[in-house]
Design a protein around this ligand. Sequence first.
Ligand SMILES: Cc1ncc(COP(=O)(O)O)c(C=O)c1O
Length: 392
Amino acid sequence: MENQEDTVWADEELFPTYKRWDVTFAKAEDTTITDTNGKTYQDFMAGIGVVNLGHSHPYVVQAVEKQLHEGWHASNFFHYNQQQEAAHLLTSHSCGDLVFFANSGAEANEAAIKLARKHTGRKKIISFVQSFHGRTFGSMAATGQTAVQEGFGPMPEGFVRLPFNDVSELEKAIDEDTAAVLIEMVQGEGGVRPADQAFVTAVEEKVKKSGGLLVCDEIQTGIGRTGTLFAHEQYEIEPDIITSAKGLGNGFPVGAMIGKQFLKESFGPGSHGTTFGGNPLAMAAVKATLQTLFEEKWIKAAAAKGERFLNELDQELRSLPVVKDVRGMGMMAGVELTESSAPVIKELRDKGMLVIGAGPNVIRMLPPLTMKEETLLEGVQDIKEALSSIQS
Ligand SMILES: Cc1ncc(COP(=O)(O)O)c(C=O)c1O
């Protein structure tokens, strides 16, 4: 227990922005995290949907290590071949043509919001209740959770948040001042809520007809998480802009905005930028992550394993009195309870299984795509055991 005292001491000089657990990270490999007491955890949350290839993936480590010895940063005055190569991996596997590299998900969304306004000359950004898009001013204003905005007002103008999966409200709101609709295919932070096919089809049709842009926030759902590189592929739509981050560098901080060719002139020299965006270390991580995902066919594996995992969760848990719903897409799963999920999440963590919440009563799982099927199925049994003791 002496190490826990160290943790408290260490945090005294940090802003307390995070609700931290009583666990101090020591190291991580593949799907296992070890704390400073030597206790090991099976990681069913992948650093909040980030280490899709597992922790310390050897190819990604090797690629970043090689780049470490060849220069970290020169600035975006230089052409970086690494940026072009990483961009090509994204554009050749998506409907996008051009990439802007940022350092996080919020920054990728910020770029998308700015580009949509600049290109259309319009103000209105439509997003949805319970969505999460980040904590910078634009991405925070788009986020459909009042708790995220509390105390930080005034929000920038022009942001409208509509009920999710509600076509009639959407029809009323889209007009000739709509710059973009920003949508998650599965609301992650908002409770693992997949969008309805009919709703997504309507969003695409209506926003494009109005002359606005369709922006898919694939920060949590992308990079193979749902069984395709990006989740919108499964809805058969073609966004004008896709935003990515989280799994993109398998844990190396990086974000990307991927857009259509027709948007090129609106993001000309001097219009937008960032000192660190697209630096060679981040690009080495992106290239190694994407190449590994594609060459080792992890996305296809995620689709198959995800289906099995979700079916098993459904079969084993749905009939329990405390379980209200089981839902998800690929390796993104949510179990909604009739009561707070926090005590269950803690109980599982104490037993060595890491899951997270999404809203007050959902247990969210975002395991590395590399997690073995037997480990996934053992996890289902652990959750079943924890939930079976609750009478509701
Ligand atoms: C859908 C979605 N968009 C945006 C973000 C913000 O990303 P970041 O925390 O990297 O700024 C997140 C983070 O959870 C997210 O899930």
